[in-house]
Write a protein that binds this ligand. Structure first.
Ligand code: SAM
Ligand code: SF4
Length: 357
């Protein structure tokens, strides 16, 4: 299974946002107004990062003051509320999640939900710079899969794209994760002038090591120095080019995730395409995103959010928090409306590192 398969909705969300007990007495799963079951929460634990990828951040980012961030205990409490309401998969992301101080404390706390069976998967998306240090403990805690973002295998290009990174460190992190028994998936943003030519070789490399790979289209999130029309490579074009070297067989898997997968016959590996611009993936969306300041975004590409930090700090009663979550889910929009056009401001002012990629 590539990702969580959305479970068919059991009980439509009540229009008034009230909790509705199921027949067994447990709270009903979170169902949005379009009958999508929300079973997947992505949590950005920090907006900070040790890299400055050119499509993600500007060179001189202003980060949030630390006092605005949810504490690790508050993050744990919020996650517990989502899990009690039927969320089965948590992805820890950022910014770079592994640069948050004491982040392993949160993983240790959350792993109890894996032990109890309430949570099906605990995972993370990382740039890999700190993986060599943390992979063994993550694996011990039950993290079976990790997504590592890597856009090139050329050390100079890597430094240029990330504005400061050392490719060897990331490759070491990937090795450590594999050695610890974790399944690694490589995520690469398709960049017209920077890595377009390299994509076929990266696929051969990833598949040669038994890793899935996913290509992502640049999304207009947050202002960066570059013009995103110069960065944007439609994956329809990338796919056409790949077909001159590889035989791509579409896989039937319909997952709750945004990727559409193919098998690359020559390598035997799996390749995903995340195409928010050229193919809208919203109809099967099963996820919501929590920022490091406790804002719940129902859609990566829309502005509406719910301030769960205020609710969390106002009451110690988890049913109050659960009700706020339910009310937010009842406002989940049908989809995003990203467009990349020259001289247009970013469609969404938040950087990906704020909402959590
Ligand atoms: N720092 C971690 C990492 O790089 O994996 C986690 C956070 S990062 C924001 C998550 C993912 O978002 C990465 O795969 C990154 O390449 C992707 N990303 C960042 N900005 C993006 C953008 N504007 N469009 C598309 N993908 C983006
Ligand atoms: Fe940092 Fe990840 Fe954004 Fe790169 S993509 S700047 S690694 S948060």
């Amino acid at each position: 299974m590539l990702d969580d398969i959305s479970r068919p909705p059991q009980n439509p969300a009540p229009q008034d946002g009230a909790l509705r007990p199921s027949e067994a007495g447990a709270p009903a799963p979170l169902i949005d107004p379009f009958q999508r079951a929300i079973t997947y929460l992505r949590i950005s634990v920090t907006d900070r990062c040790d890299l400055r990828c050119a499509y993600c951040m500007s060179e001189h980012m202003e980060f949030l003051p630390k006092r605005d961030l949810l504490s690790l205990e508050e993050l744990d409490r919020l996650c517990g509320v989502f899990i009690a309401r039927g969320v089965r998969k948590l992805r820890i992301t950022g910014g770079e999640p592994l640069v948050r101080r004491d982040i392993m404390h949160l993983f240790r706390r959350l792993s109890r939900h894996l032990d109890s069976g309430a949570l099906r998967e605990l995972t993370l998306t990382t740039n890999g710079t700190q993986l060599a240090r943390f992979a063994p403990e993550l694996a011990r805690l039950g993290v079976r899969r990790v997504n590592v973002s890597l856009d090139t295998l050329d050390p100079d290009k890597f430094r240029a794209i990330t504005r400061r990174g050392d490719l060897a460190v990331v490759l070491g992190g990937i090795e450590a994760a594999r050695a610890a028994g974790m399944q690694v998936k490589i995520n690469a943003v398709a960049l017209r002038d920077l890595n377009a030519d390299e994509i076929p070789d990266m696929i051969a490399w990833a598949h040669g090591l038994g890793m899935d790979m996913t290509l992502i289209e640049v999304m207009p999130l947050g202002e960066v120095e570059a013009d995103r029309t110069d960065q944007f490579l439609p994956l329809s074009v990338a796919r056409q080019r790949l077909e001159s070297r590889y035989t791509l067989t579409p896989l039937p898997d319909r997952t709750g995730g945004p990727a559409r997968y193919v098998r690359v016959e020559e390598t035997g590996g799996r390749l995903g395409f995340i195409t928010p611009l050229t193919h809208n993936f919203c109809e099967s969306c099963n996820r919501v995103r929590l920022t490091c300041t406790g804002q719940l975004y129902m859609c990566l590409g829309q502005e509406d959010s719910s301030d769960l930090r205020a609710v969390l700090r106002a009451s110690e009663d988890d049913t109050v928090l659960a009700r706020a979550v339910e009310e937010a889910i009842a406002r989940k929009p049908k989809g995003h409306d990203f467009v990349i056009a020259r001289r247009r401001p970013a469609a969404v002012p938040r950087h990906m590192s704020v909402t959590g990629g």
